[in-house]
Design a binder for this molecule. Structure first.
Ligand code: 5GP
Length: 148
């Protein structure tokens, strides 16, 4: 088993394990044998959902790839459901924080499915800059070497 670079720093217990086990309350929108989805308790926008595997994985490195695919597939279905629901939803963002530096707070992998409307004030702040092709090619080669 692989561990994320942050795994040693975090408590393996998460509230999501209790939600999956039915020991903690949640407002579910979807369940199957592999994943569950429920309302985020502190939504960025109304209707903000979390999709999680039933079997805990603290990081993407620990998550079986087929489960990553499953989270995305369920996220797609939930995005469609949000658009068809009474939730205000003109667009959808998927967001997944992997690691402390990425903003992960709950160490049980989860895909955020966030309904969006124009002017809702949600944003991922950053300062994009044009890059030189040689720098892009250099980093692309480095990344390619690590693709398993
Ligand atoms: P992260 O920052 O790890 O990507 O996001 C963790 C998310 O879990 C946050 O959006 C937070 O509101 C949500 N969350 C934390 N505790 C609970 C809980 O007990 N129930 C629910 N439904 N969501 C939670």
């Amino acid at each position: 088993m692989q561990f994320s670079p942050y795994a040693a720093e975090v408590d393996p217990y998460t509230i999501f394990a209790d939600i999956v086990a039915g020991r903690a309350p949640a407002s579910f929108v979807y369940e199957d044998d592999d994943v569950v989805a429920f309302m985020d308790i502190r939504p960025w926008t109304p209707g903000h959902l979390l999709v999680i595997p039933r079997t805990p994985a603290r990081s993407l490195a620990e998550l079986p790839p087929e489960m990553g695919g499953k989270l995305f597939q369920v996220g797609q279905r939930l995005a469609a459901a949000l658009r068809d629901s009474e939730v205000a939803c003109d667009g959808v963002n998927f967001f997944l924080a992997d690691g402390v530096a990425a903003g992960q707070e709950v160490f049980h992998v989860h895909l955020h499915v966030i309904p969006r409307t124009r002017g809702d004030g949600i944003g991922l702040r950053g300062h994009p800059r044009n890059a030189r092709r040689e720098d892009l090619d250099y980093l692309a080669a480095s990344i390619r070497r690590g693709v398993s």
